[in-house]
Design a protein around this ligand. Structure first.
Ligand SMILES: NC(=O)c1ccc[n+]([C@@H]2O[C@H](COP(=O)([O-])OP(=O)(O)OC[C@H]3O[C@@H](n4cnc5c(N)ncnc54)[C@H](OP(=O)(O)O)[C@@H]3O)[C@@H](O)[C@H]2O)c1
Length: 372
């Protein structure tokens, strides 16, 4: 069997190989053939979620795929937990802002696990390191729904010892998005009123925590009153159920008639015009999602600033990313930032996990765990 350098390192680090080496001062000869072939299989194959056509959750299939040694600039990560995001359901359904490459598209942005191997030209990470992955928008290629992936090193973040895999997988996409919008773009100050729509979403709950962390007043908007109590428990100062009507006057009632300095909106659609009227004069409307896919009107209550936010504003800029990491890691240390986990599923149940995501009954992150 021809063993590559990466695999030799992997086998040499295995307890059985170490034991055999101590006993016999041999390299591979004492190690059972069965064990070598199981390791060979493990390091050359991965279980990955693929989809070959766009559609509902049932298009997701778990398949065995080839996994080469990590190439230049790549790191192999054994994945222990995967954080689900709405964007992945939209991508799978063909309604995201770009289309998957089919057949055989990967899926997923964020995960947590342990470094197993590093390719050439990688510095800063070594086998055994606990890490988080916050991947890019090339989901068909870099999607991380798998038990192992090779991922470009720039998408790795060290995972502090106090952060377990489930929290580590639930962290970065949501908090980087809420941080980027409310801090880097919104320049939120203590005392500001901040309206957060789809407030029970992963990003919405992160925004509630960040607004509180900044001394601002988070006003949660949800479609019905069903999640109101849990949103108050999650830190919302006020909750407005959109289906109870008259959004503008209810926001004005809790903002002393001024409206909110900042509105952070994941919904868009025809309701954007009414939502914009909850923004204070010369305030800021940050739109970052289109959960309602219908066309949205340009708000006309000028002066108002409308910002279309994308988290790439943070992740592609090392200076902003450094500030974001410092902010989020400080919040984790003090406990003011702590992603609420709605429910966990096993990777084998990825279809059910996506069904749960699309049921819209969740509050916070849905996390998929991986058994090895
Ligand atoms: N721009 C960026 O860089 C960026 C980054 C990350 C995420 N996002 C976007 O952020 C949004 C939230 O993502 P997520 O993963 O945090 O979501 P999520 O956890 O799946 O939560 C979605 C929640 O939104 C509400 N909702 C669902 N459909 C809706 C509709 N048609 N109209 C109004 N509300 C609806 C529901 O809450 P209620 O039942 O309580 O209303 C639902 O529980 C998505 O649009 C996503 O694409 C954007």
């Amino acid at each position: 069997m021809a063993l590559g350098t990466s695999m030799e390192r992997h086998i040499a680090s295995h307890p059985e190989a170490k034991t055999m080496g101590q006993k016999r001062k041999t390299s591979w000869h004492g190690v059972s053939q069965r064990w070598i072939s199981s390791v060979f299989h493990m390091v050359n194959h991965a279980r990955a979620v693929l989809f070959h056509e766009i559609g509902g959750p049932d298009v997701l299939k778990i398949e065995e795929v080839r996994l080469d040694a990590p190439g230049p600039g790549e790191v192999r990560v054994r994945i222990d937990a995967i954080g689900l995001n709405r964007a992945e359901a939209l991508f799978r359904a063909g309604t995201y802002y770009y289309q998957p490459t089919l057949p055989g598209s990967r899926l997923g942005f964020e995960a947590a696990g342990t470094v197993e191997d590093v390719g050439p030209e990688v510095s800063g990470f070594a086998p055994g390191d606990a890490v988080c992955i916050a991947s890019d928008q090339e989901m068909s290629r870099h999607g991380i729904y798998a038990d192992r992936v090779n991922i470009p090193v720039q998408y790795l973040l060290p995972r502090p010892a106090s952060v377990d895999a489930i929290i580590g997988a639930a962290l970065w996409t949501t908090y980087l998005t809420a941080y980027g919008a409310l801090v880097e773009v919104g320049r939120t100050n203590p005392g500001d009123d901040v309206i957060i729509t789809a407030a029970s979403s992963g990003v919405g709950l992160a925004a509630i925590q960040i607004a509180n962390h900044l001394g601002a007043t988070p006003i949660a908007v949800t479609r019905t009153a069903a999640k109101a109590t849990r949103l108050l428990q999650a830190g919302a100062a006020h909750v407005v159920a959109a289906d109870e009507g008259d959004l503008v006057s209810r926001v004005h009632a809790v903002t002393g008639g001024k409206g909110a300095r900042t509105v952070f909106d994941a919904v868009g659609g025809p309701g954007l015009g009414e939502l914009a009227q909850t923004v204070a004069t010369d305030g800021l409307l940050i739109v970052y999602g289109w959960l309602d896919p219908r066309p949205a009107p340009l708000p006309m209550n000028w002066p108002i600033t409308v910002h279309g936010f994308n988290v790439d504003l943070i992740t592609t800029d090392p200076v902003r990313m450094g500030r974001a990491r410092a902010f989020i890691e400080a919040g984790l240390r003090t406990g003011t930032l702590n992603p609420p986990i709605d429910r966990t599923f096993d990777l084998a149940d990825i279809v059910q996990a996506h069904r749960h995501l699309e049921s819209n009954t969740h509050i916070g992150k849905i996390v998929v765990t991986v058994q090895h």
